[in-house]
Each structure stands twice: as structure tokens, then as C-alpha cells.
Design a protein around this ligand. Structure first.
Ligand SMILES: [Zn+2]
Length: 547
């Protein structure tokens, strides 16, 4: 998600449903392979009719399939074509699968027919001209308000959409467009006044990224981009969808969308999906990285204030978050920290090192001034209110952790580690330990201490640094006190020494995990220096006071 969520954060917390706090553990023996959703959308109002065909691979001991579903009426369930019993609970639909439960896995087709008024998840909006729009907005656990799913990030599946809507509405969804055809209304004159639009993914995605956008949207084609750099040859077809009033807005900042995808594809791996749509929407977030169909907040378009920053952030999520999904919410930084850092990498690529360092300095300031920094670790498996995970730990501190890994390993090992991690977990899920193992394998270094101190403890180093010049040694000696309220940190620190002759020399020292250290800077300095500058390259996340 885009960082402008901060504006909406408090609103979102007020409306947060207590159900969002529940994260059921994965169901043993249940693997969802595919969802086929057929939805019939109304002319006005919020009542939908749905049919979900769910392909489930079941192995012992699974006797039940528990689907998350809130607030809608279930009209019938069948398993492999036979009517099946089910139990409707407040937030779920329990379906017994007690057919042949042999020791072998078997694949079942579960069908769920449902309808009702949608209260969340699918945001339905009628504008002042009475035009009807609907946008999926599922993060983190709101798919269940309109789609029966195993609504967990680790339960990834392919999805197809068959959307029956009144004629004149554009329907955009994940994956590739399979077809559009005119159909009659179920009860009506037989006139072909509705359109059935079908989209399909061939890569598995988690339910929180399964969306449709429906409304009188206008398409602006950005054409084929990133040629040769997609899992789907010949390249990445990109487009922008806007409301009719903004037909003259695109491409705007989206003229850089091709360069952005190409940069990430060259840095990481080929683009993972069939196409990339950028959609003006009514998401509650600044931007939402739905797989192959990014939804941006309506405000960003209305004020014509979309930026390449948010485009880069949401686009980076297509690799990190979407193709490689955090296995559980506690590892959200693997999504948001990556997107935040890759946004800065795009800045470095397009605007240069100074702009990049300025961006990282800004993120560091936000970390230092955030309460969450000192109260929660980045890997926060105890947080049950998932909205609270949208904090500076998941975003800025996650980004800074990657940045420090890059500074420590150097570009070539860092990006080799990123590629190794991505390729190992592409179209699957990952944890922070998976990332650590990738970096350890490419660097032949033990990195548990690094992950522990930056991701598993709250806080950041709080340093008081003094220096003096030793005439007999011709060396600068720095004294470093750590007072962080947690075990002391271990980190490399670059020090620049300004000499009276107007020269600046720099050296990097290893600061040990001690409350107090005295370190000789390995530079031959002829006379008492004028000043020293700590971390001139903006490579250390610390709150530093120099005395
Ligand atoms: Zn994000």
C-alpha cells in the first residue's frame, strides 16, 4: 500500500472490524488451487449474487473446509456436483468434505451459491451523476465480505472472474482478459443489455489481492512496455483507467510506468503477471497493489497528484508482496519494507544519489520520531489488530533494514541475495528467515544477529559520540556510548574527517555490540582535524548525538 495511508489510518482504525483481528491458522490438509467467481452486479444498490467454484486439494486429516464469509446469505453448497450440508457461522462457512477420505490427496470442486447486500470489501459508490462503481478493496481480511475464501495471505490460488454487469460498465480484474460478450438479463425482455466479462490469472495470488473494478471507466493504453522482461512474452502491457471526467489526465506521471517496470524487472526478475493496469478507484488506501491491477485513491487522480513515487511503490509490490507474499501478517515488512525501499531505488535510478540519500534521510527522520519504533519490533507476530501493522516499522524501518544490508554486503551481493530470495519463493510465500537464508547463502556470512537486532527488537541505536585527536598516534579516536534501552547494536560506521588543510578523508569502522567503545579511526591524520562527520553516506539507522 502507498504511504498516504497515514491520512486514512485513523479513519480505518475506527471502522476496523473486530473480525480483522482473527487470523485462523492454516487448515491442515486443505490447499485451495483455484477460485472461479461468477458475480452478478446490480443496476443500483449493493445486492450481489455470487457463485464460487472452488477447486480444493484435500489430504488427510482434513474433514472440513472452512471458508471465511461475512454477512451474506448462502443458498446452497455442493461438493463434486452433489448437494452438501454446511454450517453457517458469523464469519465462516463450514463445509464437511466427508467423502472418500483415503490416505491419498484428492481434488474436489466445491460450489457455493450466495447473495446479499455487501457491507465491505467490495466498495460500491454512486457518484453525483448516479453512475455506479464497484472496487474490490480487501486488505487485510476484507475479501470475506464479498468472496467465500480461505482469507489468509499464505493460501494463494489462481482466480477467474465472470462478471455480469449492466452494459456500459468497464470491468477490470486480475490476470488476462479472456472475453467480453453481451448477454440478456436473467429476468427481462431478452434484450442483450448486460455484459459478461471474464478475466483469469494463471499465477496464484492471495485473497487480499483478488479484485475487480467496475464502472464507466475510460482506458488509456500505455502500450507494450519492458519488452522481453515479463513472464508473459512479449512484454508488459500497461494501461491507465480513469473516470470519464479525467479522460485527459493520462498518461501524466504514468508515462514513466514503462521505465519503472523495466527497472525493477532488470533489478529483480521478469514481471510476474499477465498485464499491469493502473486504476483510479475508491480504495480506502492511498494505493493498493492488487496483483496486475493497482488501485489508486480517487483523490490522487481528482487532484491530479499521482506521483512516480506511489507508482514505483505499488509496482514494486507486484514482485514483493504479490508474487512473493509474506507467509503471515507478522512479516508484513517483506511486502511494505521492500516496496518502500524499491521506491527509493527507483529514485536513485531516475534522479541520482543525492535524491536517494535525501529520501533515505527523510525515512530515517520518520522512524526516529515514531512511537512504534520504540514499542514494537518490525516482525510483530503478536499484533492482532492488523491495521496497527501499517506503521513506520513495516514501511520505513523495513526499508532501512534492506538499505543497511546493502551497505554491509555491497551492491553485487545484496542484489544477488534479493534475486535468490525472489526466485526461491516466486508465486509462493516467505518469512523473514527465508530472506536471511538467501543473504547468508550468497554472502557466506552468518546474519542472524543482523536480523535479530533490526527486526526482532524494538528500537534503534541511540548513540553519543565524542572524538579526540591523538597527536602521537596521528589518529582520531572516537568514543561511542550506546543507550538504546535494548542490548547494544553491532554495526559498521563510516566517519569523515575534515582536516585543517581542507581535505576530507573517510574510513569505516566496525562498532561492536558494547555499551561503550573506543575506536581508532584507521586514517593517518597529520594535525588536529577541524571536525568529523558521522555516517556521511546515510547508511546507518541511528539517533546520533555528537559531542
Ligand atoms: Zn505498500
Amino acid at each position: 500500500m502507498g504511504r498516504s495511508f497515514f491520512i486514512l489510518w485513523f479513519v480505518a482504525i475506527l471502522f476496523a472490524d473486530p473480525l480483522q483481528a482473527q487470523e485462523r491458522s492454516l487448515q491442515p490438509g486443505i490447499d485451495i488451487l483455484h477460485y472461479d467467481f461468477s458475480l452478478s452486479l446490480p443496476d443500483t444498490g449493493r445486492t450481489i449474487e455470487g457463485l464460487a467454484l472452488i477447486t480444493v486439494r484435500r489430504s488427510p486429516p482434513a474433514g472440513n473446509l472452512i471458508l471465511d464469509l461475512v454477512g451474506l446469505r448462502v443458498d446452497g453448497v455442493s461438493v463434486n456436483g452433489r448437494p452438501a450440508g454446511f454450517e453457517r457461522k458469523t464469519g465462516s462457512l463450514d463445509i464437511p468434505l466427508a467423502q472418500s477420505l483415503s490416505s491419498l490427496p484428492d481434488t474436489l470442486l466445491v460450489s457455493v451459491r450466495y447473495d446479499g447486500e455487501v457491507s465491505d470489501g467490495l466498495i460500491i459508490h454512486a457518484d453525483e451523476k448516479g453512475r455506479w462503481y464497484a472496487f474490490g478493496d480487501n486488505w487485510p481480511t476484507r475479501a470475506r465480505y464479498w468472496l467465500p475464501t480461505v482469507d489468509q495471505p499464505a493460501e494463494k490460488a489462481t482466480v477467474s472472474w465472470n462478471i455480469d454487469a449492466p452494459r456500459g460498465r468497464m470491468v477490470i480484474a486480475n490476470g488476462e482478459l479472456v472475453g467480453e460478450r453481451s448477454i440478456p438479463a436473467k429476468s427481462g425482455s431478452g434484450a442483450l443489455n448486460r455484459t459478461l466479462t471474464t478475466w483469469r490469472t494463471s499465477r496464484p495470488i492471495p485473497p487480499y489481492l483478488m479484485v475487480i473494478a467496475v464502472g464507466p471507466l475510460m482506458k488509456y493504453d500505455l502500450g507494450l512496455t519492458a519488452a522481453g522482461l515479463s513472464e508473459f512474452p512479449p512484454g508488459v502491457r500497461q494501461s491507465v483507467y480513469v473516470v470519464p471526467e479525467l479522460a485527459d489526465y493520462p498518461p501524466g506521471p504514468f508515462r514513466r510506468a514503462g521505465d519503472i517496470v523495466e527497472f525493477f524487472a532488470r533489478t529483480v526478475a521478469p514481471f510476474p503477471y499477465e498485464k499491469l493496469a493502473h486504476v483510479q478507484s475508491f480504495t480506502r488506501y492511498g494505493g493498493m497493489e492488487n496483483a496486475s491491477a493497482i488501485f489508486y485513491s480517487n483523490d490522487l487522480f481528482e487532484h491530479r497528484s499521482s506521483s512516480t513515487g506511489i507508482i514505483a511503490h505499488e509496482t514494486a509490490h507486484q514482485w514483493f508482496g504479490d508474487a512473493v507474499t509474506p507467509r503471515s501478517w507478522g512479516h508484513l515488512w517483506l511486502s511494505e519494507g521492500f516496496a518502500s525501499y524499491f521506491e527509493q531505488l527507483w529514485v536513485q535510478h531516475s534522479d541520482g544519489d543525492d535524491a536517494f540519500r535525501k529520501g533515505m534521510t527523510e525515512l530515517r527522520k520518520e522512524i526516529i520520531s515514531s512511537k512504534a519504533t520504540y514499542t514494537r519490533p518490525v516482525i510483530d507476530t503478536l499484533q492482532t489488530n492488523l491495521m496497527q501493522l501499517l506503521n513506520t516499522n513495516s514501511y520505513q524501518k523495513g526499508a532501512w533494514t534492506l538499505h543497511m544490508m546493502r551497505s554491509m554486503l555491497g551492491d553485487s551481493l545484496f542484489f544477488a541475495g534479493i534475486r535468490s530470495y525472489y526466485n526461491h519463493h516466486r508465486h509462493g510465500t516467505a518469512t523473514s528467515d527465508d530472506l536471511r537464508e538467501s543473504f547468508e547463502q550468497v554472502s557466506h556470512r552468518e546474519l542472524r544477529w543482523f536480523f535479530d537486532q533490526w527486526l526482532r527488537w524494538p528500537g534503534i541505536p541511540k548513540l553519543t559520540v565524542r572524538w579526540e585527536y591523538d597527536e602521537s598516534l596521528h589518529r582520531v579516536i572516537v568514543g561511542i556510548l550506546q543507550d538504546s534501552g535494548v542490548p547494544p547494536y553491532r554495526f559498521p560506521l563510516t566517519i569523515g574527517v575534515h582536516t585543517a588543510a581542507g581535505k576530507t578523508q573517510t574510513a569505516t569502522v566496525d562498532v561492536p555490540a558494547q555499551e561503550s567503545s573506543h575506536i581508532q579511526v584507521p586514517l593517518e591524520i597529520d594535525s588536529n582535524p577541524v571536525s568529523i562527520v558521522l555516517d556521511p553516506g546515510v547508511e546507518l539507522l541511528a539517533d546520533i548525538r555528537q559531542e
